[in-house]
Design a protein around this ligand. Structure first.
Ligand SMILES: Cc1cc2nc3c(=O)[nH]c(=O)nc-3n(C[C@H](O)[C@H](O)[C@H](O)COP(=O)(O)OP(=O)(O)OC[C@H]3O[C@@H](n4cnc5c(N)ncnc54)[C@H](O)[C@@H]3O)c2cc1C
Length: 481
């Protein structure tokens, strides 16, 4: 694969960022080759029969509000990418030990109506954030640019910078409202006493009102396959089963986009990188890992509060105090006895995932990076706590800890599903402080994974931004060949 192959651009890795980058380049008329280590394209967008025949499980990402809302995916859809989202009746639920579950509906008002004394506060914080709409989402997903929605960003900023524990207590007076925002914030995988963990919670809760928390009909793999097909329509190509170990293996091209994390880039680039850049990249910090369980169930989860049955995502961890304590344990390198558990029940929105009447469900909890502890029992106990009788429905289960996750996808370093710690320092400086952190010191070589702004999630923004930068650089500089 040398010059003769005639590719204008090569993308290493076919996660949502790699594929969004490849499509952005192909739409601009570039001939693009994508090289993927796994046997199937998609990265975080994979769906497999992990347990029993006929039960289709999303191996990684399932719930994709950012794929609805992000400017990258909006642009791709306007240019012919087909995605069929399926929305659950309720985006998210947070069951509690005493009293009914908190339901986060598509409508902020309907959510607020069940929050009693905190209903108004929900409207004034989460509802107000949601009213920031598309311009605010665009601003938060392009954190290094001038804000598209300065007023909404100015309102969001002071709250968004807060630790979740501070934000929840400052805004809400009741335990249920504090708990639900803490559950949202825990998606950040941060200690909830850390700055900006509150911002993650606020944004995710607002996204439920703005975009919903849908799954892709048929499984997340359908989105990856649709992106690969669209790339083929535009003359691009994806070659799977090809792990790139050194940049010298790549065909010559004007642009190389790397959908990998800093550790892999350092290995691939070797001595080609200037020592100072290498040292800065080597300081990049990875976050906690996850331990994931997929179940094939003989029926729907028997939630104690039946309203939870309509939710696509369920947060299991009780009160703010309990969730914060569990996440602090993980941040401190320990395994909580009662972990915060994120559970997705995609069949609620898309029954095609399992035989009639049956269900696929997944859940994960956070663990210290690289942990080898089996958390199956701890996770199932948390589900059983809010859904007594759950275990009786299990037909089969598949589990993956950090080591298995990283074997499946080298970007999941130590089981970190976020492409690196989402701390305040690494939100702005991702993977290092630079005006355009996608650009590397190697001419024509760009990083585009979740280790670049705006970080984790299926939004394609890393790929989209790296591709646009590559196009602009090529126009300015002329072809490298
Ligand atoms: C269990 C789990 C659940 C998640 N749930 C959600 C969710 O519900 N919603 C959400 O928005 N996000 C979720 N995420 C996060 C989301 O999947 C990621 O943020 C997103 O996939 C990152 O996209 P990416 O393109 O940067 O990298 P990835 O999707 O990780 O893709 C990287 C690709 O590069 C390939 N690759 C790596 N190294 C090489 C190499 N040397 N040569 C060739 N190919 C290589 C890998 O095989 C992989 O296919 C979840 C992640 C996990 C693991």
């Amino acid at each position: 694969m040398r010059k003769a192959d005639g590719y204008d651009a090569v993308v290493v890795g076919s996660g949502p960022n790699g594929l969004a980058g490849a499509l952005t380049l192909a739409q601009a008329g570039r001939r693009v080759l994508v090289l993927e280590a796994a046997e199937r394209a998609g990265g975080g967008l994979r769906t497999e029969e992990l347990t029993l025949p006929g039960y289709r499980h999303d191996v990684c990402a399932s719930v994709l509000p950012l794929a609805v809302a992000s400017p990258a995916f909006r642009a791709l859809r306007e240019n012919g990418l087909r995605i069929e989202f399926a929305h659950p009746p309720v985006p998210a639920a947070h069951p509690l030990d005493d009293g009914p579950a908190v339901l986060v509906h598509r409508e902020a008002g309907r959510t607020a109506a069940r929050l009693g004394r905190d209903g108004l506060a929900w409207q004034e914080t989460v509802g107000a954030t949601a009213r920031g709409g598309t311009p605010l989402v665009d601003t938060l997903l392009a954190p290094l640019d001038l804000p598209r929605a300065p007023l909404a960003a100015a309102r969001f900023g002071p709250l968004g910078l807060l630790p979740a524990t501070t934000l929840c207590r400052a805004v809400f007076r009741t335990a249920p409202a504090r708990a639900v925002l803490a559950g949202m914030a825990a998606h950040s995988m941060l200690d909830l006493r850390s700055p900006i963990s509150g911002g993650f919670g606020l944004m995710l809760a607002a996204l439920a009102h703005m975009a919903g928390w849908p799954v892709v009909r048929g499984g997340s793999q359908e989105l990856a396959d649709s992106m690969v097909k669209r790339l083929g329509d535009l003359g691009g190509e994806v070659v799977t089963g090809t792990r790139v170990r050194d940049l010298s293996e790549l065909p010559d091209a004007d642009a190389v986009l790397l959908d990998v994390t800093p550790r892999q880039f350092l290995a691939m680039a070797g001595d080609r990188l200037p020592p100072r850049y290498r040292r800065r990249l080597a300081r990049f910090r990875y976050g906690p890992g996850v331990f994931k369980v997929d179940w094939a169930l003989s029926g729907p989860v028997p939630w104690r509060d039946p309203a939870v049955a309509g939710a696509g995502t369920v947060h299991l961890g009780g009160t703010l105090e309990e969730i914060a304590a569990a996440e602090a344990e993980v941040a401190g390198g320990r395994h909580p006895r009662r972990p915060f558990v994120l559970l997705a029940q995609p069949c609620v929105a898309d029954p095609s995932r399992a035989p009639a009447g049956r269900h696929t469900v997944w859940a994960y909890c956070h663990v210290p990076n690289g942990s080898a502890v089996d958390m199956t029992e701890a996770i199932e106990s948390q589900v059983e706590r809010f859904a007594p009788g759950f275990r009786d429905l299990i037909l089969a289960r598949a589990t993956r800890g950090p080591a298995e996750l990283e074997r499946h996808n080298a970007n999941l370093v130590g089981g970190d599903i976020g492409g690196g710690l989402a701390s305040l320092a690494q939100f702005a400086g991702r993977p290092l402080y630079a005006a355009r952190p996608w650009r590397t010191p190697l001419p024509g070589v760009y990083l585009c994974s979740a280790s670049t702004p705006p970080g984790a999630g299926v939004h394609g923004m890393g790929g989209h931004r790296a591709a646009r930068l590559a196009l602009a650089d090529t126009r300015r500089r002329g072809p490298l060949r």
